[in-house]
Design a protein around this ligand. Structure first.
Ligand code: BT5
Length: 253
C-alpha cells in the first residue's frame, strides 16, 4: 500500500481507504511491515468485516458512518496499565458525541458509548506488547454518524438520528482526532484531571444496574474503573468489589 503523504491531526500518516475488511486488521498488517509511526490514522469509507470484541461484528453503513483506527506508541506503558488507553479513547469519543447531540452521553464499561440507552459507538483496542510494555496500540473506533436504518435489536443510534438531520462526517472525524490529541497530551504530560471526567461519565454510575456476576444476575452500583480496567461496583451488602470482564458484565439492555 502506498502512503500518499497526508498527515493526521496526531502527526502520523493519514491513510484514507475506499473499502477494507477491517481498519484494525489493516493497521496491524502495516505495523508488521513497519509502515506506520505514532499518530497514524486509518480511515475506511466502507468496512466490510468490522470487528468487535471476542469475534463479534461491527456494522458500518458505507459512506455514512466512521470506521477508523488510531495507531499510537505509548511512552513506557506497562501492560497491566493498558486500560488507560481505553479510557482516553472512550472519553474522546464521548466528548465528541456530546458536542453533537442533545441527549445524555455515557461511557458504558468497558468500551461502548451510549446516548441515553442506545449505543452510538464501539471501541476495539488491540495492543502489541514488547515484554511487559505496550509497544503499539491500535485503537479502533466505530461511530454511527449518518446511519438511519440500524437494526432495532442492536439498540443503537447515530448522531443523525439524535439530531434529526445529517452530520458532516469528516467534521466529526476532525473533532474526534483533536479531542483524542488533547487527552493524549494531558496523559503523557502527567495530568490526571481528565480521569475524573471519565469517571463522571460512566454509564449507570451511582445507580443500581442489572449485572451478571459469575453467571448470576445481581444488582450493583458502578463506582469507577480501576487501573487494571476492572469495574468497581457497590453490591447490595454495601461492599465494593473490583471485577474484570471474565466475571462481570452488564445484563443485556
Ligand atoms: C465493539 O465491540 O463495540 C467494538 C467495535 C469497534 C469497531 C471499530 S470500526 C474500526 C475498527 N476496525 C474494526 O474492525 N473494528 C474497529 P463489542 O462491544 O463486541 O460490540 C459488538 C456488538 O455491538 C455487536 O455484537 C452488535 O450487537 C453491536 N453492534 C454492531 N454494529 C453496531 C453498530 N453500528 N452500532 C451499534 N451497535 C452495533
Amino acid at each position: 500500500m502506498e502512503l500518499n503523504g497526508r498527515i493526521s491531526a496526531l502527526g502520523g500518516p493519514f491513510i484514507e481507504l475506499a473499502s477494507v475488511d477491517s481498519t484494525n486488521k489493516t493497521a496491524a498488517e502495516l505495523l508488521r511491515l513497519s509502515k506506520l509511526r505514532h499518530g497514524a490514522v486509518i480511515l475506511a469509507h466502507e468496512q466490510t468485516a468490522g470487528r468487535g470484541q471476542r469475534g463479534r461484528q461491527w456494522l458500518t453503513a458505507p459512506g455514512r458512518d466512521l470506521a477508523l483506527s488510531i495507531v499510537v506508541a505509548p511512552p513506557a506503558l506497562r501492560a497491566d496499565g493498558q486500560f488507560v488507553l481505553a479510557k482516553l479513547a472512550a472519553l474522546a469519543v464521548h466528548d465528541t458525541v456530546a458536542s453533537w447531540v442533545p441527549g445524555e452521553v455515557r461511557i458504558k464499561w468497558p468500551n461502548d458509548v451510549l446516548v441515553e440507552r442506545r449505543k452510538v459507538a464501539g471501541i476495539l483496542i488491540e495492543n502489541e506488547l514488547a515484554g511487559d510494555r505496550v509497544a503499539w496500540s491500535i485503537i479502533g473506533i466505530g461511530l454511527n454518524v449518518n446511519s438511519t436504518d440500524l437494526p432495532e435489536e442492536l439498540t443503537a443510534t447515530s448522531l443523525a438520528l439524535e439530531r434529526g438531520g445529517e452530520v458532516d462526517r469528516m467534521a466529526v472525524l476532525d473533532a474526534l482526532l483533536q479531542r483524542f490529541k488533547a487527552l493524549w497530551e494531558a496523559w503523557t504530560t502527567g495530568r490526571r484531571d481528565w480521569e475524573a471526567s471519565y469517571t463522571e461519565r460512566l454509564w449507570s454510575r451511582g445507580r443500581w444496574a442489572d449485572l451478571v456476576l459469575d453467571g448470576q444476575p445481581v444488582q450493583g452500583r458502578p463506582v469507577d474503573v480501576d487501573e487494571q480496567g476492572r469495574l468497581l461496583v457497590e453490591l447490595p451488602g454495601g461492599g465494593v468489589g473490583a471485577f474484570a470482564l471474565d466475571r462481570l458484565r452488564f445484563a443485556p439492555r
